[in-house]
Design a protein around this ligand. Structure first.
Ligand code: SAH
Ligand code: SF4
Ligand code: F3S
Length: 485
């Protein structure tokens, strides 16, 4: 599942050799040192120590957590059942909205007692929230039982950080403010055997005025296409049939690499990988989704018929205040062009309600776009003020009750439209990839269609990772009941 151990063997790193300066060799060195410690602990306890990673936030964090899990498995940890009973707990945090932060503190508080009962227990916090100085200070001061704090730019250093904690340091705080480094060939332990996220770029340069991501994920940097293709090929060899290409704005992929490669070009390269059945990507920014991308999608059935195209607001004024670069007309033009070119496309979106300058008329513009585009589904958020972002400076804001009212009206509209969209697929046959056991309905599995919708079909766990042609019998809100044909 990873190329890490192989390169370890090839380089014959031993503990007697000096600590390597370059990555990932340096981390391989620390992993090998930790192997001995963990082996001793295993013998002592009669079981391998366990880890639990609790992931908040987006797919970027989910992928980062797989890398953390890969490092811990290589060190010798086994995956634990839950955070209360595990020997090492890592919280991979998100800070995109205030409630993401609140959730961390809730979970962290609950572990305090657990830690007092188990002296060997270690707690680490990493991810986007740890790139905020105030949050780190708060944890250092008020959550003294946290052992390790690191950020988004150095998750690859987990082995070294853990090694330092186990070698006399009471607590390790290792945060860097930014990086232009991309560490390739990290191990990873995937949640799903048959599908995987693949980072094609890191960071963001867009600075939408409401958004904290550019501050906590740093400047945009793309991976070399050869590295991406090589990673996907090795994933495919390991049983992966579907990849999700990850970036905050995949359309700007390739900028800064100093060579002639665009996102459309990358998609075309990836589509040629034999054995790979499905390609998804997340997220394209509407300001620069090119005709070339639409063309490549059209010509490559492997690229799933789904585009997540975040609208944020339908009002040109609010969009300007948000620094989204496009306006209502440009967005509509793009969305309708995509639907025209790829008629079976599913369009989904993100919408923020209650941005500081939003008036009732602005909100009506959002509803208007929602009605005209007819999204298959939409994530709706109430604006959350993030300290340090340009929008935090506004001292105006719609009234709480007004925001709630708009939010509910939007939700109702979105739900009505997605129900209508789902109904339009009933009676169709779609290819579906079985993802897991249906937890609600015995004897059923859940499967994902190319357009990202979910269908529940009779089946069992041996079918996970397999494709079937499925008849969509019934739409229930945003998912289907169906059967294999
Ligand atoms: N890079 C992606 C978005 C990543 S954040 C893009 O440009 O579309 C995911 C979503 O969170 C955003 O699309 C936005 O709708 C929402 N979001 C980000 N910051 C927010 C804030 N301060 N308040 C409410 N929602 C926010
Ligand atoms: Fe945030 Fe905008 Fe970057 Fe998306 S494109 S991560 S919304 S700043
Ligand atoms: Fe959250 Fe960081 Fe993603 S702030 S949404 S986990 S990039």
């Amino acid at each position: 599942m990873n190329s890490f151990t192989n390169s370890l063997d090839n380089n014959l790193i031993t503990k007697e050799n000096p600590v390597p300066e370059t990555e990932p060799l340096r981390q391989e060195y620390f992993i090998s040192c930790l192997n001995d410690i963990i082996q001793e602990k295993t013998l002592e306890a009669g079981r391998r120590p366990t880890y639990k990673i609790v992931t908040f936030g987006c797919q970027m964090n989910a992928r980062d957590s797989e890398k953390l899990a890969g490092i811990l498995s290589n060190i010798g940890y086994a995956e634990g059942e839950n955070e209360e009973t595990s020997d090492l707990v890592i919280f991979n945090t998100c800070t995109v909205r205030e409630n993401a932060n609140d959730r961390l503190y809730g979970r962290l508080g609950k572990l305090k007692k657990q830690k007092s009962l188990n002296n060997d227990m270690l707690i680490g916090i990493c991810g986007c929230m740890m790139q905020e100085k105030d949050e780190v200070e708060k944890i250092v001061k008020s959550y003294r039982y946290v052992d390790m704090i690191f950020g988004t730019h150095n998750i690859y250093k987990l082995a070294e950080i853990l090694y330092n904690r186990l070698h006399g340091r009471k607590r390790v705080v290792d945060i860097i403010n930014g990086t232009d480094m991309i560490v390739e060939k990290l191990p990873s332990k995937r949640v799903y055997k048959f599908k995987s996220g693949v980072n094609i770029m890191f960071g963001c340069n867009n600075f939408c005025s409401f958004c904290i991501v550019p501050y906590v994920r740093g400047r945009e940097r793309s991976r070399q296409p050869e590295d991406i293709v090589a990673e996907i090929k090795s994933l495919v060899e390991d049983g992966v049939v579907e990849v999700m290409l990850l970036g905050q704005n995949v359309n700007s992929y390739g900028r800064g690499l100093g060579r002639n490669i665009s996102f459309a070009g990358l998609l075309a390269m990836i589509a040629e990988i034999e054995g790979l059945k499905r390609i998804r990507f997340m997220t394209p920014h509407p300001k620069d989704l090119s005709d070339d991308v639409i063309k490549v999608m059209k010509n490559n059935p492997k690229i799933c018929r789904h585009i997540h195209l975040p609208l944020q607001s339908g009002s040109s004024k609010v969009l300007k205040n948000m620094n989204r670069i496009y306006d209502k007309e440009k967005y509509l033009e793009l969305a309708l062009k995509i639907k025209d070119e790829i008629p079976d496309i599913s369009l989904t979106t993100d919408i923020i309600v209650g941005f500081p300058t939003e008036t009732e008329d602005d909100f009506l513009d959002t509803l208007d776009v929602v009605r005209r585009v007819e999204y298959d589904s939409a994530f709706t958020f109430i604006y959350s003020k993030r300290t340090g972002t340009p929008a935090a400076k506004y001292d105006i804001k719609p009234d709480e009750a007004v925001i709630k009212n708009r939010f509910n009206r939007l939700l109702k509209e979105v739900q009505q439209i997605s129900t209508k969209r789902a109904l339009s697929h009933v009676g169709q046959i779609h290819e579906a990839l079985v993802e897991g056991i249906d937890e609600q309905l015995e004897g059923y599995v859940t499967a994902r269609l190319g357009n990202n919708m979910i269908v529940h079909i009779p089946g069992n766990k041996t079918e996970i990772g397999s494709f079937f042609n499925v008849m969509l019998d019934q739409a229930r809100g945003f998912y289907f009941m169906g059967h294999r044909i």
